[in-house]
Structure formats: C-alpha cells, structure tokens
Design a protein around this ligand. Structure first.
Ligand code: SF4
Length: 372
C-alpha cells in the first residue's frame, strides 16, 4: 500500500457494525475522528480489545464529563500566537493543526476543534520571538503533526530556524512513522531536507510517538531506517493509556522493540486529565507500578524512559512509591526555583494528577492565598 487514503467519516470504518457507527457519531461530533487505511489495516477486528482499535476508534465513554480541554494550561505559556515558551531553553512552535490520524486520548484535541486559534500557519511572529531570545537552544515543531505539511513548507520553517545561531536542536514531534510510515518512506525530499539541516553540531531530533509494539511494522521500520540514514537523532515518547499499553508486557514489548530499531524510549507520560480522556487514564500509582514491572523485563538500553507528568508547573518525574508515600521531583520546571523541590505525598491510589494529592492541593491553596 502506498499513500493510504484518509478516513474521516466514521461510516467508512469497515470493521464497525451499523449500530456502532450510529452510536459513535455522538462522540465524533464532539471530538474529531481521523484515521487512514494503513492504520485501520493494523486492527484485528475479531479482537474487541485490539490496542490499535482502542487508539484510533472512538469509544462512548469519551462523553463522560471529566477534565479540561487544556489540562496543562499550555495557553498560559504562549507569549505569541503559535509559540509556547515554558522552559528557559526550549520553545514549542505549533505548526500544524492536523495529524496522520487522531489518537483518541489526545491531550491537544482542542486544536482540532473548528473554533481553535492556537495554531497559526504563519510562524513569523514565533520565529521572531525565538530570534530575540538567545537562551532558546531547542525548538520543538509540533501541533498536530509537522509531517502532515508538504515538505517545502516544513523546509521553509526549518531553514528559517537554522539561520538563528543560538538554536542548536530542532525537534520534530511526529507520530507519522506509526500512523503513516509511507509519508517518510516515499518522500525522498523529506529525508534530503533532514540530511541538509541535521548538522554535526546542530542536530535534528525526531521525537517519535509509538504507543504499542504492534505499530512497529516492517514499513515503520523502513521509515525509521530512512530517518536514521538522513542523520536524524531518534527517540520516542508515549503516554500510558488504559487498554493500549497499561500492562508490563505491552510496555516492555514496546521498549524492547524501540531499542532494537534504535529509537531510545524517552518519556512515558501520565495521561493528562484532558476532556474526553477518562476511559484512557490510568491512576498514577498503578501506572508507576506497571512502568517499573516493564523495566524488570528490559535491558538497560530499553529502559531509558522517565515516567513523568506534564503538569502546568513543569514535567514532574514520578520516582518511587513505598507503602506510605509517593516520591516526585521536577525534571523540567517552569519556575526554576522548583528544581530544588523533592515532593513526598501520602499515597492516593485514586490520584490521576498532581492536584489529586491532598498535600499538593493545600500547598497550592496557601500559595494562592499568599498571592505568589
Ligand atoms: S499524534 Fe499527538 S497531537 Fe496528534 S492526535 Fe496523537 S496525541 Fe494528539
């Protein structure tokens, strides 16, 4: 199969029954649906618990009221349209408002909504901002998926960023090697462009997004090989998602396969409490246990990920639990003073987010009352 066709209408998903299609229309009216023939072709329709099905086909429970559309308050860190600057050395440019398919658990599903204005096709303002901030050494291109863009458009952005001397690393956050590896395999101009701009002293990193080992198909491996050959540095991040990779076997299987193909696991994220995500979220402490059990099955190279929560205040690494407590620290902090914090909270097996720990909630309240 080459250039798989997009499937944007739930009626066109052949594996679903007439009744399922009818029911799921209520969900897709609220949270957009998008898939493609290649990705849908990975589903075993005889298995109602198939992980790929879970990832891309909606479920009625998405309609359960829970969470917020922008759970990590990304908008708070957006000094100009289409750019986020939360951590001193890293800027995020939202360059695309669409992906190769839509993950049902997406934490940025708000940008796929018609009324959303956060992404801009014209990134001039964002690039001017980066130019004026010499502390920014890393720029992450994301959205949406930058590889949905035609290569010349993406190249125009990368060329412009490469003219800024203080930016050393350009990251491309993409799930295309999983959703539609043909996008990479069949476009030599994309890998030629990466070769041109991934320099010995200023690399392009491709931050992949494989969630389950079933996504690492032969053609996905070819895509990864091609990116490697072009000189891209690779890594992978994934959230822990109920019914997809929330068991040690699936997670260890993913870590191992990633290490075999030369894509180091980088982050495993706690699923954000984003609206519509209740069916996909795993409580933090259970998630940490699964993560540690998966590690027991892996070689050192396969267990390089951190289990972290992308909280409004920073990336918080979940380090350990014992009978009484859970231990966390800031891996990345929006306020540099937070790097000194080592957090110990009484265990709460029902916690899905930092704010669900009573001590954090009262600490936050005190700070708000003090006006800091
Ligand atoms: S690839 Fe990322 S931005 Fe795109 S739908 Fe999935 S989680 Fe959302």
């Amino acid at each position: 199969m080459s250039k798989p066709k997009y499937v944007v209408n739930i009626d066109d998903v052949n594996g679903l029954s007439v009744q399922e299609k009818k029911d799921l229309k209520k969900v897709v009216e609220k949270y957009a649906f998008r898939a493609n023939e290649y990705y849908l072709g990975l589903i075993n329709w005889n298995d109602p618990k198939d992980p790929i099905r879970r990832l891309v086909v909606p479920t009625m429970e998405e309609l359960n009221e829970w969470g917020e559309l922008d759970a990590s308050m990304e908008h708070k860190y957006s000094p100009v349209k289409g750019l986020e600057h939360k951590y001193r050395d890293t800027a995020v440019l939202l360059v695309s408002d669409v992906c190769g398919a839509f993950c049902r658990y997406c934490f940025r599903k708000r940008i796929f909504m018609r009324e959303n204005q956060e992404v801009t096709r014209d990134v001039t303002e964002g690039i001017n901002y980066i130019e004026k901030h010499p502390e920014i050494t890393n720029v992450l291109l994301t959205g949406g998926d930058p590889l949905v863009m035609a290569t010349p458009k993406l190249e125009a952005i990368i060329r412009r960023i490469r003219e800024i001397n203080h930016v050393k690393i350009i990251r491309i956050g993409t799930k295309m090697a999983a959703f539609n590896p043909y996008r990479i395999v069949e476009d030599d101009s994309l890998t030629d462009m990466i070769k041109k701009y991934s320099l010995p002293d200023k690399r392009i990193y491709v931050i992949n997004h494989f969630n389950h080992p079933n996504e690492i198909t032969e053609v996905a491996e070819k895509a990864i090989q091609k990116l490697h050959n072009a000189g891209a540095i690779m890594c992978n991040q994934t959230p822990m998602i109920a019914g997809i990779n929330d068991n040690p076997e699936a997670l260890a299987g993913l870590f191992k396969k990633l290490s075999f193909i030369g894509v180091p696991p980088y982050y495993v994220f706690q699923c954000r409490p984003t609206a519509g995500n209740k069916p996909y979220a795993v409580p933090i402490e259970k998630g940490h246990q699964i993560f540690m059990e998966a590690f027991e099955k892996c070689s050192g190279l396969a267990k390089r990920a951190r289990f972290a929560m992308s909280h409004a205040t920073g990336k918080i690494e979940i380090l350990a639990t014992d009978k009484k407590n859970i231990y966390m620290r800031y891996h990345r902090a929006a306020d540099p003073r937070d790097y000194k914090k080592f957090m110990v909270f009484k265990r709460n097996p029902e916690a899905y987010w930092l704010d669900d720990y009573a001590e954090y909630a009262s600490m936050k309240k005190e700070l708000q009352t003090a006006g800091t």
